[in-house]
Ligand binder design. Structure first.
Ligand code: FAD
Length: 560
């Protein structure tokens, strides 16, 4: 008979394990300590601890067990009626229950947390997202819709929808979609073709929405062109739509099919046909792209938080595996090159986290009206910058995480490949890297934003006493100064556009480095924890200044 222990050792690999995702995260714990009062943190911590345990425990196990389950669309009932009913997965049902219980949307609107409401909310989101099979997608749009309705000033709609979007009662909770992208364009949304026709007091919408995620939602905000309006973004208006009537019948729309996607396979993303859907105008019958901007501010913040959370999850798994897997006589965790590889990923994750939570903090201040002009300019500039840089960092980090598992990382029933597939959407939806780079750098208030960014990076240097951190901080400021000089040097529009991505990434990565130095010094001052210091120095050795002189004419040759 074969000795079972011997068999176990020879023929199995040990799977990575997750602990409490809050307690095991020195960066989140230290940043919250630095930012919140001791009293606020004491109130919040038990819930974070609970969510950390759920996310690394039962929800993660459910996610692995539910791996092959996908949402299903049932278009017809047995009697030939068009029903377009959607069945979502077990993880999504559980994620909805946890959302309502822990207020994953509601916390952001809770007066008790004051200007720290967004921090409290996103600490929870960050913990839960990686085990939720991207249930964060409908939550991002729900939060975005809540914010957009508040900023629209439409009191009737605020009273109708806000209590549902921020409900803590499962029977009342609604999620919202955003239906913008059409076949004519997601980035260039001004080309939208959906028509809005006035019908009594209300409107009816006709058109095709090409990407509508979370079609299980009860409502949506959407764009359509009132008849007679001019082409372009200004001629669009923002509308409020409820998906079904009180009897559960679809409101003048048809779900044509669910998209067959590379990743986010648990998210039901549909193609929708609007065939006279009843809709309500939210604000004025024009300038819809402007009216829906708060939605984008919010969903880009969610995207950034989910990107960092995905990196953190990948690294938690990779570290656990490195401690268990042996190669060439010792655990991977003691192989110098493996350590070097994971250290670079950690540094990326720390930088991405600090920039993202600065964005979260500024949004909280902005929404409570406790923000100065300089901080507002910084918020406007770093919203696209954070979304674009963290999306790129997430794909790069998670891709390397997959490799750190060797062949196991490529095998579906480890659950690992989904990490990479799901990360790949982060740079695409809510604005691609290029579109956001242009958005950041061609805006009219760029100068105010740049000055504010420079101001924030310089403020990071104020309390630094550790010489190597001071040198790393200087490197960050130097890269920012070079970017500013480059922008001032009167580049023609073609060169400016062609360089926008490199410039945007340079601004973002310089700010990350400065924030890393600031946090590292704080950690040292608090008792000598050197992990922040290690992250800052490691980040300073990664590419920060990406500005290069390129020749657009030569590049055009490569397109032929
Ligand atoms: C899984 C998934 C779910 C989605 N869910 C939703 C949803 O719920 N609601 C919704 O409204 N949309 C949704 N979308 C759509 C998404 O927001 C768009 O796909 C995205 O905004 C890009 O638009 P596009 O597909 O039209 O690409 P395009 O705009 O055609 O872009 C193609 C490429 O061109 C580049 N590009 C475009 N313009 C420029 C420029 N001026 N200069 C340089 N490069 C440029 C882009 O960066 C990109 O690389 C979803 C998409 C995905 C993948």
């Amino acid at each position: 008979m074969i000795d079972p222990q011997w068999q176990q050792a020879l023929f199995t690999q040990s799977a990575p394990e997750l602990g409490n995702q809050y307690r095991d995260d020195p960066l989140l714990v230290s940043w919250l300590r630095r930012t919140l009062s001791a009293e606020s943190l004491r109130d919040l911590e038990p819930e974070l601890d609970e969510l950390g345990a759920i996310s690394g425990g039962p929800l993660y196990r459910l996610q692995l067990a539910d791996r092959l389950n996908e949402p299903r669309l049932r278009q017809w009932d047995a009697w030939g009626n068009r029903v377009d009913e959607l069945e979502v997965t077990s993880v999504w049902h559980e994620a909805e229950r946890l959302t309502v219980k822990h207020g994953l949307v509601a916390t952001g609107y809770a007066p008790a947390h004051g200007r720290h409401a967004r921090i409290a909310q996103f600490a929870k989101v960050y913990l839960l997202h990686p085990s939720s099979d991207v249930y964060s997608c409908p939550l991002a749009m729900t939060d975005g819709a809540a914010r957009t309705l508040i900023e629209s000033g439409n009191q009737r709609l605020v009273e109708r929808a806000l209590p549902r979007l921020t409900a803590r009662d499962p029977a009342r909770f609604w999620t919202s979609g955003q239906w913008m992208t059409e076949t004519t364009g997601g980035s260039d949304v001004g080309r939208s073709q959906t028509r809005a026709v006035q019908d009594g007091d209300g409107w009816r919408l006709y058109g095709r929405k090409w990407f509508t995620s979370a079609i299980a939602s009860q409502m949506a905000l959407t764009l359509a062109r009132p008849e007679g309006n001019a082409p372009g973004g200004k001629g669009l208006a923002m509308f409020y739509v409820e998906v079904r009537d009180a009897e559960g019948r679809l409101n003048g729309l048809r779900v044509d099919r669910l998209k067959d996607k590379l990743g986010t396979r648990k998210v039901p993303t549909a193609e929708l046909m609007l065939e006279g859907a009843r809709a309500e105008l939210v604000t004025r019958p024009f300038n819809g792209t402007r009216a829906i901007e708060p939605m984008l501010m919010v969903t880009r913040m969610w995207n950034s938080v989910c990107a960092v959370a995905a990196m953190r999850r990948g690294l938690a798994l990779a570290r656990s595996y490195a401690a268990r897997r042996e190669a060439f006589g010792q655990p991977l965790a003691r192989q110098p090159l493996h350590v070097d590889t994971l250290a670079a990923l950690e540094a990326e994750t720390w930088g991405a986290f600090l920039m993202t939570f600065l964005l979260v903090e500024l949004n909280g201040r902005h929404e409570r009206g406790e923000i100065e002009d300089e901080q507002r300019a910084l918020l406007r500039l770093i919203t696209p910058l954070t979304k674009l840089v963290t999306g790129k960092q997430a794909v790069a980090v998670v891709s390397e995480v997959i490799e750190s598992f060797g062949g196991a990382g490529y095998v579906e029933d480890t659950g690992l490949p989904a990490l990479l597939r799901d990360a790949q959407v982060l740079p695409i939806w809510e604005g691609t890297t290029n579109v956001l780079s242009l958005d950041a750098l061609l805006r009219s208030d760029l100068n105010a934003g740049l000055a504010a960014l420079m101001g924030r990076a310089s403020s990071c240097m104020r309390g630094i006493t550790e010489p190597r951190l001071a040198a790393a901080g200087k490197q960050a400021i130097g890269a920012l100064e070079r970017a500013a000089l480059w922008l001032e040097s009167g580049q023609d529009r073609e060169r400016l556009q062609a360089s926008a991505r490199r410039l945007a990434l340079t601004l973002a990565r310089s700010l990350q480095l400065a924030l890393l130095c600031e946090h590292a010094q704080w950690m040292l001052d608090q008792g000598g924890d050197r992990r922040g210091y290690a992250a800052a120095l490691r980040f300073s050795r990664l590419p920060v200044d990406l500005i290069q002189e390129m020749d657009p004419e030569l590049d055009r040759l490569l397109m032929q």
